[in-house]
Design a protein around this ligand. Structure first.
Ligand code: BGP
Length: 469
């Protein structure tokens, strides 16, 4: 059974839905020069084929959208603050008032319906200026700019926001140093020492945010956000089991540092053996140790396999990270393997390790939807595939709760259709709400309720009981 106070809701990120990329004093973010997501080349300047520049025009339509979320019964809405709306270049000391006002209004609108905002401080939208002039998180100066940014938003929204996430999918920097860390140096030219130095800077900044947040409002709940992806051994061969463990360790260390405040032994060994040097400034180790997170949040879409057998080590698709496909699982149209039980497994694993409350802040199915006329004559999408995906995953969340895992809530990804992060497409849809906008830029931007909209409303209304009917 789901607990009474379970936080049901949905999630988006500013850069994937707001649009209005240069309105009201906003500066450019790295997303404004990534028209093809992580796969394509960056552009010098924003180009019209970049769907994120308009997004789904959430910036102007958020009232309509939040009303729809409220109709579904959302208790929580996860979004991010676009850093470049608050500090257009990132290194200013005085914030942009119009940007601050926008989020004031947005959070007020949530509260009007009793919806609690859950705010990601940095979701793949580092100000472009910080990338181009400082090389992003490779530069220790970013810690100071981030500190200034969090102080500003914590102070401003201290009575409107309780739940905060410091960096979206912080471990994704291993795959996408530009999107995740604003690192301008091309990935192929980065040394491992540089990459881990940037990671260290983010870790320190995250701990600092926890410190500052609790000083400003002791009621704040501050969490990390990790891209989770269980790694299974491809076979029972102990070498495969160890291979899976080592592959998993590369990601586990991010949660480990956030939850326990120390670099784990396996990471120290990896750094030693790979001659990776990370500079710790005076006080870094103490800061990490003292300011661990209040809760752990994560995204969950896929699991992968690993093998020590080079001949079988052929990677498939996945959420930023590829793994060896699991022969027992089916995949989405984008090749992401679907594994509801992996979510129960992840929840149990994290709970066993840290005994910190957990929050599933992203999960969902990216699919091609077709707008059709429903029985009542209104346009809709018969997305039974999405309902099945979500039902199967939510049942596993409930199983984990039965196992004794403390789960704070669940926010499905892209609760309203938006632009994809990895491929920058609109046709990869996740929402309960269809947005009429296509990859060629056409569409009215009108919103339509999908079948899953009514399904999720019932799930929330019955606090999960309808999952079993
Ligand atoms: C995560 C990101 C989101 C998001 C989601 C789905 O990696 O935190 O921003 O978009 O995955 O991925 P995609 O949009 O590539 O389908």
């Amino acid at each position: 059974m789901f607990p009474k106070n379970f936080l049901w809701g949905g999630a988006v990120a500013a850069n994937q839905c707001e649009g209005a990329y240069k309105e009201d004093g906003k500066g450019l973010s790295i997303q404004d020069v990534m028209p093809r997501g992580i796969k394509g080349a960056r552009t010098e300047k924003p180009t019209e084929d970049n769907m994120k520049l308009i997004g789904i025009d959430f910036y102007h339509r958020y009232k309509e959208d939040i009303k729809l979320f409220a109709e579904m019964g959302f208790k929580v809405f996860r979004t991010s603050i676009a850093w470049s709306r608050i500090f257009p270049k990132g290194d200013e000391t005085v914030p942009n008032e119009a940007g601050l006002q926008f989020y004031d209004d947005l959070f007020d609108e949530c509260h009007k319906y009793g919806i609690e905002p859950l705010v990601t401080i940095s979701h793949y939208e580092t100000p472009l200026y910080l990338a181009e002039h400082y090389n992003g998180w490779l530069n220790r100066e970013l810690i100071g700019f981030y500190e200034n940014y969090v102080k500003t938003i914590f102070t401003r929204y201290q009575d409107k926001v309780t739940y905060w996430l410091t960096f979206n999918e912080i471990n994704s920097i291993l795959n996408s140093p530009f999107m995740s860390g604003g690192i301008h140096t091309p990935k192929e030219d980065l040394t491992e020492s540089q990459l881990y130095q940037a990671i260290h800077h983010e870790m320190v900044a995250s701990a600092l945010a926890t410190k500052i947040g609790h000083e400003i409002n002791p009621k704040f709940q501050i969490g990390c956000m990790i891209l989770s992806m269980p790694v299974y051994p491809l076979s029972p061969d102990p070498s495969d089991v160890l291979e899976a463990m080592e592959e998993s360790h590369k990601h586990d260390m991010f949660m480990e540092i956030h939850a326990r405040g120390e670099y784990p032994g396996y990471m120290k060994r990896y750094m030693r053996e790979h001659n990776i040097k990370v500079d710790f400034a005076a006080g870094d180790a103490e800061l990490l140790k003292q300011y661990t997170v209040d809760f752990i949040s994560f995204s969950y879409y896929v699991s992968v396999c690993a093998t020590a057998d080079a001949a079988k080590n052929v990677k498939g698709e996945g959420n930023l990270f590829a793994g060896v496909p699991n022969p027992t699982l089916k995949a989405s149209e984008w090749g992401w393997q679907i594994d509801p039980k992996g979510l129960r497994y992840a929840l149990n694993t994290f709970w066993d390790r840290y005994h910190k409350p957990l929050f599933v802040v992203e999960n969902g199915l990216g699919a091609v939807d077709e707008l059709v006329t429903g029985t009542d004559g209104t346009l809709t999408v018969e997305d039974d595939y999405r309902i099945e995906y979500m039902r199967d995953h939510l049942i596993q969340v409930e199983e984990a709760i039965e196992d004794g895992v403390k789960v704070m809530g669940y926010t499905s990804w892209g609760c309203i259709d938006l632009v994809s992060a990895s491929t920058a497409e609109l046709k990869k849809r996740y929402g309960f709400i269809y947005v009429d906008r296509n990859d060629d830029g056409s569409g009215t931007l009108n919103r339509y309720k999908k079948k899953s909209f009514f399904w999720y409303k019932k799930v929330i209304g019955t606090n999960g009981e309808s999952l079993h009917k």
